[in-house]
Design a protein around this ligand. Structure first.
Ligand SMILES: *[C@@H]1O[C@H](CO)[C@@H](O)[C@H](O)[C@H]1NC(C)=O
Ligand SMILES: *[C@@H]1O[C@H](CO)[C@@H](O)[C@H](O)[C@H]1NC(C)=O
Ligand SMILES: *[C@@H]1O[C@H](CO)[C@@H](O)[C@H](O)[C@H]1NC(C)=O
Ligand SMILES: *[C@@H]1O[C@H](CO)[C@@H](O)[C@H](O)[C@H]1NC(C)=O
Ligand SMILES: *[C@@H]1O[C@H](CO)[C@@H](O)[C@H](O)[C@H]1NC(C)=O
Length: 491
């Protein structure tokens, strides 16, 4: 009798278990991943590298380093690795042809890098539905700008040299690309894979003497075969000569433009997420913050649309890069305040779509906004307004920079200073789509609202002109972009 009853309980238990597994499976199935490598779990990694100067171009290659585009992509067969990209491919630089290279790009470092990225993409590409994809992207940017070089356009318009003072630059050659070392992925021990990129902007410096007084960047990736996520360990160090540096890990569009570009790129987003129907899941462990100027982005999203709401088409005079990012460094102040409306967006929109104007001092959440700046080519701006830096992108840009605040709780974002920061490692599930659907972005009056389709989603830090050498260190893993159905699916 007792045994029989136990069996019945066991059967009931098993039935329930099957039911709940099916239920949670069905719940999971409501989300479709937009990235080629959901949760960074694929053993056969694809990870690329790109170096940008101040206006997201190359300018001049670093001697002996080739064009600053590289990739580490491999397949596994049993316990051996088969790399798809050789070091000769990674060393390709201006003057050296490769399959598919347009002759016009052969001697032009900016155009050459664009085509090298497409070539590396072709070597790494993975067939998938609805689209093939290529790689995660490590982006490294040097914020020095030599205003006497005339290298960067102003809101997309070519301009001549102007007198220095507004941007860091130690003199001739301050916009250089870095020294780049690559440790191709390999087994380090039983079942663990590891590889890395590292380097410095100080050309001619010798690492064997350590990294005192020089800049440094490093991304190391590591994974146990068949288990969990890749863990990407990042390190970024500024120096006197290079006080403004950016290092991000990006999921970019696998074709078309991605945030900050005006040409075709390759990436990880096989489907482009559109507000409001997507979420981003990731694990972040910030180990060292990078000092008071480190604008650490617990998600930066980038896209491009024109001021009349039309999608970008590569015309740098009318295309506008749009960025929104939450800065989680608790030392970052809100520049937006009742006394500085110039640094606030014209209004805040609540989750129930109530608009609160920035002059409504009783209700506007000033401390939720670090800084808002408008595109330099907008014609109908509400005053007062701060215009975004016209030189640091190939075209005009707009920035909506957020800070942790209780009003973001609805979207799963940090709600208090310090959340997600050093000592508070977490796995986040951010309703990036929901939040970004309600942010203010400039549009010409009377034009149909732009579709907010995001071509780059990234995490990392921008150490914004530090007055001493600073070091930031963090790990990123489990990254995924989940498309949520616009109408609930039935179970
Ligand atoms: C940079 O990476 C190389 C391997 O590519 C490694 O030997 C070297 O120790 C690293 N440098 C530093 C300063 O970590
Ligand atoms: C770096 O310095 C070490 C000794 O300090 C030397 O053996 C090595 O050749 C140097 N490397 C370069 C690239 O200068
Ligand atoms: C770095 O700079 C400091 C201050 O100028 C100096 O004391 C130190 O010796 C330098 N370190 C190296 C390795 O050059
Ligand atoms: C919307 O939310 C705000 C608080 O964020 C609340 O004061 C207001 O009453 C709500 N409006 C509606 C129509 O629900
Ligand atoms: C606040 O700003 C809105 C939108 O710009 C404007 O319509 C309104 O008149 C302003 N209110 C006050 C009290 O200034």
């Amino acid at each position: 009798m007792k045994t029989k009853m136990d069996n019945r309980i066991l059967i009931l238990f098993c039935t329930l278990n099957v039911f709940f597994s099916a239920f949670s499976y069905a719940l999971k199935q409501q989300y479709i991943s937009a990235v080629g490598d959901p949760g960074m779990q694929r053993d056969e990694l694809r990870i690329a590298f790109e170096g940008w100067n101040f206006c997201n171009e190359i300018g001049k290659e670093a001697p002996g380093m080739g064009s600053p585009r590289a990739a580490d992509c491999f397949d596994l067969s049993g316990s051996s690795l088969k790399h798809r990209v050789t070091e000769a491919d990674n060393n390709l630089g201006v003057g050296t042809p490769f399959p598919g290279l347009n002759p016009k790009a052969l001697k032009n470092p900016d155009l050459y890098a664009v085509e090298k990225e497409l070539y590396l993409g072709s070597l790494c590409e993975v067939a998938d539905t609805p689209n093939p994809w290529q790689f995660w992207m490590v982006m490294l940017k040097n914020g020095n700008y030599d205003t006497m070089s005339g290298l960067c356009p102003e809101n997309g318009k070519k301009v001549g040299p102007f007198k220095p003072g507004r941007f860091p630059c130690f003199g001739d050659g301050c916009m250089n690309q870095p020294i780049f070392y690559h440790q191709p992925t390999d087994f380090t021990g039983t079942g663990t894979l590891r590889g890395s990129y590292n380097g410095t902007y100080e050309l001619g410096s010798n690492f064997t003497d350590g990294i005192d007084n020089i800049s440094f960047y490093e991304v190391v990736w590591e994974k146990k075969v068949g288990i969990g996520s890749w863990v990407f360990s990042h390190k970024l160090k500024t120096s006197k000569k290079y006080p403004w540096l950016m290092l991000y890990l990006r999921a970019d569009a696998s074709k078309g433009f991605s945030g900050g570009y005006h040409y075709d790129t390759r990436g990880m987003l096989k489907t482009l997420p559109e507000s409001p129907n997507f979420k981003v899941r990731l694990s972040l462990d910030v180990k060292r913050g990078g000092g008071p100027k480190s604008q650490f982005y617990l998600i930066d999203i980038g896209s491009c649309w024109k001021n009349n709401g039309a999608p970008c088409d590569g015309d740098v005079l009318t295309d506008v890069t749009r960025y929104s990012e939450m800065i989680i460094n608790p030392e970052t102040p809100a520049w937006c305040s009742p006394k500085n409306l110039i640094n606030c967006p014209p209004f805040h929109r609540t989750p129930n779509n109530t608009m609160i104007y920035r002059n409504d001092t009783a209700h506007f959440p000033y401390s939720a906004y670090h800084y808002y700046c408008a595109p330099g080519n907008a014609q109908h701006l509400e005053q007062p307004v701060s215009l975004c830096d016209p030189y640091s992108n190939p075209q005009a840009q707009e920035l909506v920079q957020l800070l942790p605040h209780p009003i973001w709780a609805e979207y799963g974002y940090p709600t208090k200073p310090g959340e997600g920061w050093v000592g508070d490692a977490r796995t986040w599930e951010l309703d990036v789509g929901g939040l970004s659907s309600r942010l203010y972005f400039y549009q010409d009056p009377g034009t149909p609202p732009a579709r907010r389709i995001w071509t780059s989603i990234d995490v990392g830090t921008e150490i914004f002109v530090s007055n001493k050498d600073e070091v930031a260190e963090w790990t990123l893993s489990d990254f995924d972009v989940l498309l949520t159905p616009s109408t609930p699916l039935s179970l």
